[in-house]
Each structure stands twice: as structure tokens, then as C-alpha cells.
Design a protein around this ligand. Structure first.
Ligand SMILES: Cc1cc2nc3c(=O)[nH]c(=O)nc-3n(C[C@H](O)[C@H](O)[C@H](O)COP(=O)(O)OP(=O)(O)OC[C@H]3O[C@@H](n4cnc5c(N)ncnc54)[C@H](O)[C@@H]3O)c2cc1C
Length: 454
């Protein structure tokens, strides 16, 4: 499609990650003409697997996704498109809670509501007659904190000092993770994309959404960076809250409270990844967590590379041998307390090497033999995540995990602009499972059209 070309769709989705693809499947199955606009060369978002050294593969941003609820796995049809998600162990109390939360989010999405900014969402925290709090609020997070014995300070700073706490209190509420998907997360991204196309959705890659044109505060068209336009009255953004409203609209077009809310939303990337290609099987038989310390947190706060960064080393090839050649192995290292912006300038090659060396020194001390069998490595720092996924400041969790930005304080699927919907990492449903935010947004879109439910 070239410059100036224009096409009409019932709905346009920005971003072909798990959320965007899940929404595309559900909307296309409800007979909507749907297009997914993806900036990258291939669909999948963070659900991709890359060759990072000859013969070695890994998923660059994370190794697993929050568990897709069983009903949704079935509804999306990913199994028919080649993915089997392993059933990892999970605390049934948390799973029960999570399923109730997802069901409620979906019920609410099905009820056409006046288009309000999400400020009203605090109401979610109020108990209904005969029920506990229907959306976990700070009280609930506090209780979980008390039950697990983790200090509030650690939880609030959790992602910065402890990669295992990525999601901090949110992770405590929703902890169930899928096991590694065979073939890496890319297998899941491919299955979702193929299910979306089979359902009739169009996926357009190498196309960056750059502006949502409004007419009387309703979407009229989505402008693409190649100069083409998608004419549509319904747009679902899976970009984070800040990026959606600060980068996709003419500022003068937005209601002032929404603009202020987007401006005040704080993002904070703090994670990096090191992908290690080994000539021998990993000298670890299970993931190994090496915690951070106060020095690491202090370094993070002043924009320096920690001497002893907290890390989680995962010998992913032991669970999924397709990731390495026979006899070799892949370890991924997820690092915490890594600043997006360094106090002394950009993330140069030399600084990346410093971070890699510090991480390897820690790992080698705990699991001797890694360095001797190293045949290649790739390091991914927060600005790389921002560049690749459009995640502001490289923050994969959609916003700093502070009390005023957690849980019910996150936006729901409807925005203050009629016809503009939200999924992606910043919304309430995001931590509760991969694809959940996309499914909830699809349900809201269909309900507002007065049609079938997703
Ligand atoms: C606290 C917390 C913890 C979480 N933990 C995890 C976790 O551990 N693992 C996990 O998978 N999910 C986690 N989530 C959920 C996660 O944030 C997402 O909801 C989910 O992973 C699905 O990803 P996505 O599709 O929303 O985004 P992504 O996979 O990031 O996809 C976004 C896509 O948009 C594309 N894009 C960016 N800008 C543009 C543009 N201008 N035009 C077109 N395309 C564009 C990107 O290229 C990318 O493909 C967590 C959420 C929270 C809130």
C-alpha cells in the first residue's frame, strides 16, 4: 500500500503482540473487518524467538508469559496453530482469584458504559454485597505482602532490585506463569498470528501507526508512517498508556484531563537480558536467582550500572532443546536494577560490555564453567527494548509499579475518547495473563457496537 492509499476497516489494531493478535482473532471471528498494524518486520511483539548466535535461539525480552487462561487458549485456537502451553504449577488460591478477576473484567467490558477516563476505576476496589473486593486494591496487595513476608519497600522497588519480583505486588496476585513454549515464545507469537489470519484479520507489518485522526473526538482514520491511511471509527491501541496518548494524537485534540493523566503516568524500565550460547550443556539444572543488594538499588537510582546486579539465570535449553545445537546449551540471564538512562551518557558498546562482564562474574561464581564454554552472547538493555517494542523507557510492565499506578488504578479497555480502546501492558487486565487485555478490549468493542460478545 503506497503513499496516499486509503482503505476502510471496521477496526484497526495498533501492535501485533499477544494482545493485539488476540483481539484481532476475536473481532474477526465476530465478522468485523480487522487490520493489525505492526511496526516490526514480523508479528509477535515480545513473543518472538531470535537466532542470537549461529545455531542458538532465545526469546529476547522474557522466557515466559503470564499464563493464558484455559478458556482463552481454547477460544483463540492457538493449539490448532501449533502451540501447546505447558501447565506449570500454580497456587490454586491465586488462580481462583485471577479467574474471578478476569471474568469480572470481561463482564464489565460487555456492559456499554459512558466513555469516562478511568478515574472512576477506584470504585473497582469497593466490595460488592456478599463478595470480597472485586478488583484487587492496595489493601489486597498489602495482605499478600504480609502473607509472603516481603517488605513493602521491597515490593514497591521490587522490579528494580529483584527480577523475580517483576510485577512486584501484581506478580504476587497473578503469579501463574506458563512453562517455556516449545520453540521459544516465538512459537506462541506465530500461532496467534496464524490464528488471526485464519479468522480473516489482515496483519500489516513494517507499518508504524503514527497518528489517530479525530473528528469530534471520535477516530476517523489511522495514519501510517508510509503515508497511507486506514479509515476506521474503532481503534485499539496496545501501546502503553503514555505512548498511546502522547505520541498518537495531536495534543490539542485530547481532553485536558486525559492529556494530564498521560503526562503524569510514570514509566520505568529496569530490566536487561543477556543471552548466552554455550558449547556444552548449561552447568545449571534449574533457574538460579542471585538477589540484588542495597548497592545495586542505589546504583540504579543514580543511573549507574550495578556492580552486583540481581539476576535470574535460566537454562532454557534444558526445557526446550530446540534452542541450541545438540551438545550445546542456552542460558538466558534476566537482570534487574538496570537504568534506562545512564548518568554518564548513552548505553555504548563499552558499557554493555561492563554490564555483561559483571553479570557473568556473578554467574560464574555460582555456576563455574559457564564462561569457559561460552561461544556467543547478546546483551539487550532497556533502550533496546524501547526501540524494538515501543515500550516507553523499555518498561515492559506498562508503568512504574507505584501504588497509584497499580491494579485498579490502571486504565480499563475504554478510554475517554469514544471509539479509542486500550489493551497492552498498562491496562488493568495485562498482568492477569497473556492475551487477556486484548480479549477484554475485544469484548468492549463488540459490546459498544451492540453486537455479539467476544
Ligand atoms: C506488572 C505486569 C507484569 C507483566 N508481566 C508480563 C510478563 O512477564 N510477560 C508478558 O508477556 N507479559 C507480561 N505482562 C503483560 C504484558 O504487559 C502484555 O499485556 C502482554 O505481554 C502482551 O503484550 P502486548 O501485545 O500488549 O505488547 P507487545 O508484545 O509489547 O507488543 C506490542 C507491539 O506493538 C508494536 N508497536 C509499537 N509501536 C508501534 C506503532 N507505533 N505502530 C505499530 N506497531 C507498534 C511493537 O513492535 C510490538 O510488536 C505484564 C503486565 C504487567 C502490568
Amino acid at each position: 500500500m503506497g503513499l496516499g492509499s486509503q482503505v476502510r476497516y471496521d477496526a484497526a489494531i495498533i501492535g501485533a503482540g499477544a494482545d493485539g493478535l488476540a483481539a484481532a482473532i476475536l473481532l474477526a471471528r465476530a465478522n468485523l473487518d480487522v487490520i493489525v498494524i505492526e511496526r516490526a518486520a514480523q508479528p509477535g511483539g515480545r513473543c518472538i524467538t531470535i537466532p542470537f548466535s549461529p545455531g542458538f535461539f532465545a526469546s529476547p525480552y522474557q522466557d515466559d508469559v503470564p499464563r493464558i487462561p484455559a478458556a482463552l487458549v481454547q477460544g483463540l485456537g492457538v493449539a490448532q496453530h501449533g502451540v501447546i502451553l505447558a501447565d506449570g504449577s500454580a497456587d490454586s488460591r491465586i488462580l481462583f482469584r485471577r479467574d474471578a478477576i478476569i471474568a469480572r473484567a470481561r463482564r464489565e467490558a460487555l456492559t456499554p458504559a459512558p466513555h469516562t477516563v478511568w478515574k472512576k476505576l477506584q470504585a473497582h476496589m469497593q466490595p460488592q454485597a456478599g463478595e470480597g473486593p472485586v478488583w484487587p486494591g492496595i489493601d489486597w496487595a498489602d495482605k499478600s505482602i504480609a502473607e509472603t513476608g516481603i517488605s513493602a519497600d521491597a515490593v514497591l522497588a521490587g522490579r528494580a532490585i529483584d527480577p523475580e519480583l517483576a510485577g512486584s505486588a501484581l506478580a504476587l496476585l497473578t503469579a501463574a506463569r506458563s512453562d517455556v513454549v516449545g520453540g521459544g515464545l516465538g512459537a506462541l507469537g506465530k500461532a496467534l498470528a496464524s490464528a488471526a489470519e485464519a479468522a480473516g484479520a489482515t496483519i500489516r507489518c513494517n507499518a508504524e501507526a503514527c497518528e489517530i485522526k479525530l473528528h469530534r473526538r471520535k477516530p476517523q482514520a489511522l495514519m501510517i508512517s508510509d503515508g497511507s491511511e486506514i479509515e476506521t471509527g474503532t481503534i485499539l491501541s496496545t501501546l502503553d498508556f503514555k505512548r498511546t496518548f502522547l505520541s498518537l494524537f495531536a495534543w490539542t485534540a485530547l481532553p485536558a484531563p486525559l492529556l494530564a493523566a498521560a503526562r503524569d503516568w510514570r514509566m520505568q524500565g529496569a530490566g536487561a537480558r543477556l543471552l548466552l550460547a554455550l558449547r556444552k550443556p548449561p552447568p545449571l539444572d534449574a533457574p538460579l536467582f542471585l538477589p540484588g543488594d542495597a548497592d545495586a538499588l542505589a546504583a540504579f537510582r543514580r543511573g549507574a550500572i550495578p556492580e552486583r546486579p540481581p539476576l535470574l539465570a535460566d537454562p532454557v535449553s534444558l526445557r526446550d532443546p530446540t534452542l541450541s545445537p545438540p551438545g550445546g546449551g542456552v542460558i538466558t540471564i534476566t537482570l534487574g536494577a538496570i537504568p534506562h538512562a545512564l548518568f554518564d551518557g548513552g548505553w555504548t558498546y563499552a558499557k554493555r560490555e561492563v554490564l555483561a562482564a559483571r553479570a557473568l562474574t556473578r554467574l560464574e561464581a555460582a555456576a563455574p564453567g559457564v564462561v569457559a564454554s561460552l561461544s556467543g552472547l547478546k546483551i539487550i538493555v532497556p533502550p533496546d527494548m524501547e526501540d524494538a517494542l515501543g515500550a516507553t523507557h523499555g518498561d515492559l510492565d506498562g508503568g512504574l509499579l507505584a501504588p497509584d499506578q497499580m491494579l485498579g488504578f490502571r486504565p480499563g479497555p475504554r478510554s475517554a475518547l469514544s471509539g479509542v480502546y486500550l489493551a497492552g501492558s498498562s491496562v488493568q487486565a495485562a498482568p492477569h495473563g497473556a492475551c487477556v487485555a486484548g480479549a477484554v478490549a475485544a469484548a468492549a468493542i463488540l459490546a459498544d457496537r451492540g453486537g455479539a460478545s467476544a
